[in-house]
Design a protein around this ligand. Structure first.
Ligand code: PLP
Length: 389
C-alpha cells in the first residue's frame, strides 16, 4: 500500500510533511516502511523523553487497558489519585493539579485560572514565545504566521522582548493577571532565559499581584537536567504547564496549581478526557522511570557531552551551539531546511526552530554511541559543503 499517497490525499493539509513513512520505534531509533533506521533527535517534538515504546510504559498501559480506559474526573479513580499525589510532591507548594490532553490545553487552562484568580484580564507573553495554537494559547504565541489568519484573537495579551526586564516593567499594570514564560524558548530558537531576568520578573510579579505561569510543555520531565527547567533557578511559579513527555508518549497535559491561585470552583473548567485512567497509568509510570533511571542526571551529562562535541565541529556555517541538558540548538548563518534534509538522508531526524536553528530533542535514554553517530552526521553535513550561500 502506498501510505504516503493515501495520507497526502486525505490529510488536512495543515502539516508540511517529510516523505518518510515511519512505522516502528524503540528507544532513540525509528524505522520506516523500508526498514531503514533513523536516529531520532526530533523526539516527537519533545514527547519521547523516555524513548519510543519504553517497556515500562507498554506494561503500565497494557495493564490499565485491561482494567479501565476512561473515566471522567467527576468520579474518583485509584490510578488518578496516585498520579495526583505523585505530581503534588514534585514542586513544594504546588499540590493541586488540573489534567487535560495537550500542551495548548494546559496553557488555555492556566490563562483561565490566572484570570479567575486575580479578577484581571491582562497577560504578558514574550516575543519569540510559543505556547500553542488554540485561540487563547495562540494569543500568547508570538509568531505572526500562526496568529494573523485567525485574528481577532483573545484581547488582553501583550508581548515584550524576552530577557528585557525594563520592557516588562514598563508594561505591567494592575490589570495584569499573569506573565507567561518559557525558561528556554524552544520553537523560538532555543534561547535560554537569563537567570537574573527570571528573578527580577518574579519579584515584580509578586509586588504587583500578578501570577507567573511557567510553560514547561517542552522543557519539563527531565529534559534540561532538572525535573522542571525552572528548578535550575530560585523560582516559585504560580502555575506550571506540562504536557508532551508527561505520559511516556500517551497524549496528556496538565497544570500544577500553586497556593496563590484562588477562586477555583466547581464547573468553571473541565475536560472529558482529562485525567483518564489510561493516560494516568502511563504518566504515573513515567515519573517512576525518570526517578529510577535518573534521567535528569542523564540529560545533564549527555547534554554537556553533546554540546561540547557539537562545539568542536569546525564549520563556517555555525554561528552558535547553545542549550541546556538535551534541548540543544545549532544556530546557522543561513536557513536550516536543506541541511535538515541532508541529515535525514543520512539517517538523522532533527527539527528546525525558526529559520536558522537546528533543534535537537533526543530521547533522554539515547546512548553515547548514538550521540557520537549524531555528531558524526551533523559534522558531515555541516562541513562537507560549508560555504555560506
Ligand atoms: N508550549 C510549548 C513551549 C510548546 O513547545 C508547545 C508545542 O510545541 C506547546 C505549548 C503546545 O503543545 P501542543 O502541541 O501539545 O498543543
Amino acid at each position: 500500500m502506498d501510505f504516503l499517497t493515501i495520507e497526502s490525499t486525505h490529510t488536512s493539509g495543515f502539516y508540511s510533511k517529510h516523505p518518510l513513512v515511519i512505522t516502528r520505534g524503540s528507544g532513540a531509533i525509528l524505522w520506516d516502511d523500508q526498514n531503514r533506521e533513523y536516529l531520532d533527535c526530533m523526539g516527537g517534538h519533545g514527547v519521547t523523553n523516555l524513548g519510543h515504546c519504553h517497556p515500562d510504559i507498554i506494561q503500565a498501559v497494557t495493564e490499565q487497558l485491561n482494567r479501565l480506559i476512561t473515566l471522567p474526573e467527576t468520579y474518583y479513580n485509584d490510578v488518578r489519585a496516585m498520579l495526583l499525589e505523585k505530581i503534588a510532591h514534585l514542586v513544594p507548594g504546588m499540590d493541586r493539579i488540573f489534567f487535560c490532553n495537550s500542551g495548548t490545553e494546559s496553557i488555555e487552562a492556566a490563562i483561565k485560572f490566572a484570570r479567575l484568580s486575580t479578577g484581571r484580564s491582562g497577560i504578558i507573553a514574550s516575543m519569540r514565545g510559543f505556547h500553542g495554537r488554540t485561540l487563547g494559547a495562540l494569543s500568547a504565541t508570538w509568531n505572526k504566521t500562526y496568529r494573523q489568519p485567525f485574528e481577532p484573537l483573545v484581547p488582553g495579551f501583550d508581548h515584550v522582548p524576552y530577557n528585557n526586564f525594563e520592557a516588562l516593567a514598563n508594561i505591567i499594570s494592575d490589570h495584569t493577571a499573569a506573565v507567561i514564560l518559557e525558561i528556554i524558548q524552544g520553537e523560538g530558537g532555543v534561547h535560554l532565559a537569563d537567570p537574573e531576568y527570571l528573578i527580577e520578573v518574579q519579584n515584580l510579579c509578586q509586588k504587583n499581584g500578578t501570577l507567573i505561569i511557567i510553560d514547561e510543555v517542552q522543557t519539563g520531565y527531565g529534559r534540561t537536567g532538572k525535573f522542571f527547567a525552572f528548578q535550575h533557578y530560585e523560582l516559585q511559579p504560580d502555575l506550571v504547564c506540562i504536557a508532551k513527555s508527561m505520559a511516556g508518549g500517551i497524549p496528556m497535559g496538565g497544570v500544577l496549581i500553586g497556593r496563590n491561585v484562588t477562586n477555583i470552583s466547581t464547573g468553571l473548567h473541565g475536560s472529558t478526557f482529562g485525567g483518564n485512567p489510561l493516560a494516568c497509568a502511563a504518566a504515573l509510570r513515567t515519573i517512576d522511570v525518570i526517578r529510577r533511571d535518573r534521567l535528569e542526571k542523564q540529560a545533564e551529562e549527555k547534554g554537556t557531552y553533546l554540546i561540547n562535541e557539537l562545539r568542536r565541529i569546525d564549520s563556517l556555517l555555525i554561528r552558535e551551539v547553545r542549550g541546556l541538558g538535551l534541548i540543544i540548538g545549532i544556530e546557522l548563518k543561513q536557513k536550516v531546511s536543506p541541511y535538515l534534509q541532508e541529515m535525514s538522508n543520512l539517517g538523522l531526524l532533527a527539527l528546525p526552530a525558526g529559520m536558522t536553528v537546528i533543534r535537537l530533542l533526543p530521547p533522554l535514554v539515547i546512548t553515547y554511541e548514538q550521540l557520537d553517530e549524531v555528531v558524526k552526521i551533523i559534522r558531515q553535513v555541516l562541513t562537507t559543503n560549508d560555504e555560506i550561500k
